[in-house]
Write a protein that binds this ligand. Structure first.
Ligand SMILES: [Fe+2]
Ligand SMILES: [Fe+2]
Length: 252
């Protein structure tokens, strides 16, 4: 049954929270959601920064530098929105301590951890930028919390460029490293990317949908992502690895 949304897009502002015009639970759910968003942006920035240590070639490096700077800007914006509701970056990251160790953060964790070559770079991009596009463009842009909706809007153009880069670069790595290596990397990264949307039907997402902080369930976004990635893989003569049905998904 669809969840009834209580607050329209961008219908609440900082004053509504500070003046106590919405229940405290709204601010709690909002803080957790923005903390997850901010940490994902920060880890993505770290991943792009890591890539600069291993990847050569001036053209690729200049794209990586651009993406790293943009991801840092995205993280700063969301941490600033958190600061306005009284949550520091350290407090926000503390809210994420256990989630950050779980399957929904395997993609940003893996990217931030190491980027050994162009395959890792492209896998990170298609797992973080292309997924982020959907979360930001579909869920956060229509957030009932005005500052998050506006931040999402201003991030979106960057993410669209990052996504195009990742999807195009997927073609280059097939040419350069051969389909077998790319196919093997997809077995590791596709489950991470799909799990990044989070578990379907969770209580937390139910609260987000009710408060209008998300518009769609995680599963719907994950399905959109899979359909999009499958089309791209088909164009390149690759097959989408089959995944187990239940969250957290694994390659079969
Ligand atoms: Fe970003
Ligand atoms: Fe990005």
């Amino acid at each position: 049954m669809p969840v009834r949304r209580r607050f329209a897009p961008a219908s609440l502002e900082l004053e509504d929270i500070s003046a106590g015009r919405v229940e405290p639970r709204y601010a709690k759910v909002l803080a957790r959601l923005m903390a997850a968003h901010a940490l994902a942006e920060k880890l993505t920035a770290v991943g792009y920064q890591q890539a600069l240590m291993t990847i050569e070639g001036p053209r690729l490096r200049s794209t990586i530098e651009k993406n790293a700077a943009e991801e840092r800007r995205h993280a700063r914006m969301i941490y600033a929105a958190l600061a306005e509701i009284g949550i520091s970056e350290a407090q926000a990251d503390r809210l994420m301590v256990s989630a950050a160790k779980g399957p929904s953060f395997a993609a940003p964790r893996g990217f931030a951890d190491r980027v050994d070559d162009e395959i890792d770079l492209v896998m990170g991009s298609i797992s973080l930028d292309a997924t982020g596009m959907l979360m930001i463009g579909i869920n956060y842009r229509d957030s009932s919390y005005g500052p998050h909706a506006r931040a999402a809007e201003s991030i979106l153009d960057d993410e669209a460029e990052h996504e195009s880069f990742g999807l195009e670069a997927l073609g280059w790595i097939v040419d350069r490293f051969g389909p077998d290596r790319v196919q093997a990397a997809l077995r590791t990264w596709l489950p991470r990317a799909v799990n990044f949307f989070g578990p379907p039907g969770s209580g937390f997402t139910f609260d987000c949908l009710t408060f209008g902080l998300k518009s769609r369930d995680n599963q719907e976004l994950a399905d959109l992502y899979l359909a999009m990635i499958e089309r791209r893989l088909e164009q390149l003569g690759l097959t989408r690895p089959a995944l187990t049905d239940n969250y957290p998904h694994e390659a079969v």
